[in-house]
Design a protein. Structure first.
Ligand SMILES: [Zn+2]
Length: 107
């Protein structure tokens, strides 16, 4: 069955992010700081993304981490939706028959 857009809660396009969120722990460089003994500062969050084949990173304040995570998940959901739609559209091309994958698992 074809699922409708509303049934899978598609995110708005202003509500997506493609990239990855990661944590970083740092040394501050102060002489007598606890981080000198290995107790690093952090975590600090960064978001990395690719544009024109280059990787960029931006700092994400803690208050925005949740939002970034949510938008990353939205992006994944959107991609999954497109893949599902693609599969359904291929099926239509084949006249409604199930499309069999190439049997590459032959031994
Ligand atoms: Zn320090």
């Amino acid at each position: 069955m074809l699922r409708k857009k509303s049934e899978i809660n598609l995110p708005g396009l202003e509500d997506i992010l493609k990239g990855s969120l990661f944590k970083r722990y740092v040394k501050c460089g102060k002489r007598h700081c606890r981080c000198k003994e290995g107790e690093l500062h952090g975590p600090y969050f960064y978001f990395s993304y690719i544009k024109d084949k280059k990787i960029y990173q931006i700092y994400i304040p803690k208050s925005k981490v949740k939002e970034v995570k949510r938008k990353l998940k939205n992006y994944d959901n959107l991609i999954r939706f497109f893949e599902e739609m693609n599969f359904l559209n291929v099926k239509k091309l084949k006249g409604g028959k199930n499309v069999k994958g190439k049997n590459s698992a032959k031994k």
